[in-house]
Design a binder for this molecule. Structure first.
Ligand SMILES: Cc1cc2nc3c(=O)[nH]c(=O)nc-3n(C[C@H](O)[C@H](O)[C@H](O)COP(=O)(O)OP(=O)(O)OC[C@H]3O[C@@H](n4cnc5c(N)ncnc54)[C@H](O)[C@@H]3O)c2cc1C
Length: 286
């Protein structure tokens, strides 16, 4: 196996163009598991860890641009205030050791339906910044997931960063696992409130071949919430929101849970997450 170690981003793009079959490695918390378990042996590894600019994040207008090398631990510590749902999701990833190595870009590269960063990225309307020697392009997150563990990257492209709109209202992420920590999601859910746009965003994880939004639930809640009066959330609104989130999923029975359980759990998580977010929004006016 060849080990390619570019020192600059330009060098990484050139190496990927010359060796499109090379597997990029950032934290290695997915890549090394596959290799150690002998699930496949890449012809080459393209190590992105030496590239300093990938480890940076910046604020650009309303967006936070999170470099592909920013770990979950740093995201939690440095960006929890501006990207609360993504930080909440990051706190549930693996263990401290995994969070010290793993990245959102790696989660996107793996594109597992169960990846924890996907629901908040979908709910917030993130954009993936992909680049090759041919140029850079911005891929809206809703177009990024193309199938089970498949994404929209071309063979010569690398993820440079993910751009996530900074929170303008409350955000919540919920995850159900077979235990409380170090667990792959049985299913997960994120919601964001954008009071300026009167918009509710959603993201569903581990309950369909790809992570996805619950668009009918978003439309329903965006129209049903009392944005001006900030009145209490009626039980009918929360219940209907939960039903529409569950209806947007396409879960299967597998080793982690049954489809019917996933649908039920999603409805409960969605109801609760909307309730928490709405209470925060109402409280912020006092
Ligand atoms: C013990 C353990 C517990 C875990 N728990 C969780 C969990 O709770 N939730 C969860 O979501 N995940 C979990 N994971 C999976 C893993 O930690 C995450 O998917 C993590 O986000 C991967 O990030 P990484 O930087 O380590 O990626 P890597 O392993 O380096 O790469 C992952 C994939 O992304 C590709 N890739 C990496 N960087 C780029 C780039 N810049 N451009 C293009 N492609 C790229 C790689 O080629 C590979 O296909 C766990 C893993 C382990 C070993």
């Amino acid at each position: 196996m060849d080990f390619l170690r570019p020192r600059t981003w330009a060098e990484a793009l050139a190496l990927k163009a010359g060796r499109p079959e090379a597997t990029p490695i950032q934290g290695g918390t997915d890549v090394m598991v596959e290799i150690n378990l002998d699930k496949g042996r890449p012809a080459a590894l393209l190590d992105l860890t030496p590239i300093p600019e990938l480890r940076e994040w910046s604020r650009e207008g309303v967006e936070i641009r999170v470099g592909a090398g920013v770990t979950y631990s740093r995201l939690i510590a440095e960006l929890g205030g501006v990207l609360p749902a993504l930080a909440q999701a990051s706190r549930t990833v693996g263990s401290p050791q995994i969070r010290n190595r793993g990245t959102v870009a790696g989660n996107l590269g793996a594109a597992s339906p169960a990846g924890d960063s996907h629901p908040p990225l979908l709910a917030s309307g993130a954009v993936v910044e992909a680049e090759s020697v041919r140029g850079a392009r911005l891929i809206p997150i809703g177009e990024f997931y193309t199938g089970v563990k498949r994404n929209a990257l071309a063979p010569d492209e690398l993820i440079r960063a993910v751009r996530v709109p900074a929170a303008t209202g409350p955000q919540y992420f919920s995850k159900i696992g077979t235990r409380n920590a170090m667990v792959i999601a049985v299913c997960s859910f994120a919601t964001v409130l954008e009071p300026g746009e009167r918009r509710v965003g959603t993201g569903i994880g581990s309950a369909a071949p790809t992570p996805r939004r619950a668009r009918d639930a978003e439309d329903f809640a965006s129209g049903a919430l009392d944005w001006d009066g900030r009145g209490p959330l009626g039980p009918g609104v929360a219940r209907r929101f939960g039903e529409l989130v569950a209806a947007a999923a396409a879960p299967i029975d597998d080793v982690r849970g049954r489809a019917a359980y996933r649908a039920h759990a999603l409805a409960v998580m969605a109801r609760r997450a909307l309730g928490w977010a709405w209470d925060d929004f109402r409280g912020s006016a006092r």
